[in-house]
Write a protein that binds this ligand. Sequence first.
Ligand SMILES: Nc1nc2c(ncn2[C@@H]2O[C@H](COP(=O)(O)OP(=O)(O)OP(=O)(O)O)[C@@H](O)[C@H]2O)c(=O)[nH]1
Ligand SMILES: [Mg+2]
Length: 437
Amino acid sequence: MAEQLFNTEQAKERVILVALENQKNSASFAYTIEEFKNLAAANNLNVVDVLTQKYDRPNASTYFGKGKVTELKELVAAREAELVISNDDLTATQIRNLKKKIGGGTRVVDRTALILDIFASRAKSKLAKLQIRLAQKQYQLPRLHTALANELDQQGGAGGGSFTSRGSGETKLELNRRTIEDQITQIKAELKTLLSASTVQRSQRDHSGLKTVALVGYTNAGKSTWMNRMIEKYSESKEDIDDKKVFEKDMLFATLDATVRAIRLPNKRRFLLSDTVGFVSNLPHNLIASFQSTLDEAVHADLLVQIVDVSDPHYRDMMATTKSTLAAIGAEQIPMVTVFNKADKAGVTYPERSGEDLIASALDDNSLDAFIKLLDEKLFADFKTVELMIPFDQGAVVNQILNGNNVLEQDFTAQGTRLRVELPAAQIETYQAFVQK
Ligand SMILES: Nc1nc2c(ncn2[C@@H]2O[C@H](COP(=O)(O)OP(=O)(O)OP(=O)(O)O)[C@@H](O)[C@H]2O)c(=O)[nH]1
Ligand SMILES: [Mg+2]
């Protein structure tokens, strides 16, 4: 095959990961390292070694303590590493000092830069590209006088490059605080213009009365796959199903946009389903802030469906990550059910309900049936079927009800429009005057 003519392994940059084990991450340190390795792999890096130290707080000038820095220098030479990435954020001082101590032109970056880089290489839509550029600039600002800041800046407007793809050929911009602050202001203005359109869309939806369900969870858990299964089978509009589907792939951060689709269940009940960006532990604050509009789909949902890859040995840590990320974006109060996904790979029985949760596989039809049953129960628990008689001079009320509710029957009688409709308890109160006993 053509791809095998080149050994891409050789072209990958050789990287050493460094991390501190402290009281906070000690219990799940194996997961921390595993996740760190996965992030590096997602950025097409070749992890040649991992060096750790038990240390509660990073050394202010060199991250590791003195002896460990010497050890790192020797390891870099022995492994011919071109890049060192730290698990914690580094200050400009730490980057500069570490580079000097390691020597040999080895570059030093941190985990946040790594994540920003992955996002930059995955971003496809204009919104995602702008959001990631904003996060990059904000990250760059306090680290102005490091080589990294210059490298990041060379990515320019496209947002497609990365600190690992050297020599992009673009001219280096003169970097100063003012330049970056101006760039941030400009990106924010562009974002505002772009978002005003989508915010209008959301407020229209908010008034449509339809419930919204958001798929959330750790990256690569299978959210987009569930989204596509639902679209294939229950999309409200049956046209151009393939265009409605979202990108699903076995890689971290395949999804960087929010997608919302109208779903219609076999019992005619309708709701909106959204798919959005996946989580990873300690998502950089800048990134969360920049992606707020994308994450808002989850923040404004009536129900969250947490998708968990139960076949991953670290799935409990991943659930904890989802929990803390939801708290960080302000979505921790929203009712949530959990789908323990990829059960087909985990050697457990499925589909199986366990209270409000579901053990399932997105690849299995019976699981899809159990999935919609769960959503149906959770979303429409307080719904009742009522019969309303609305006089002809109250056309606005009829339109209000037709918009977004599940109307089972509609006919016109001498007294007015008769509707048999499913309504939530609160709305039945509103239309009490029209309810037929
Ligand atoms: N075996 C198995 N594979 C699954 C299942 N669900 C999803 N996958 C696979 O898992 C990989 C990731 O799926 P996605 O749906 O892209 O995951 P995601 O949660 O949207 O990931 P991000 O968008 O990156 O956060 C894909 O290769 C899917 O085919 C499942 O139930 N069983
Ligand atoms: Mg996805």
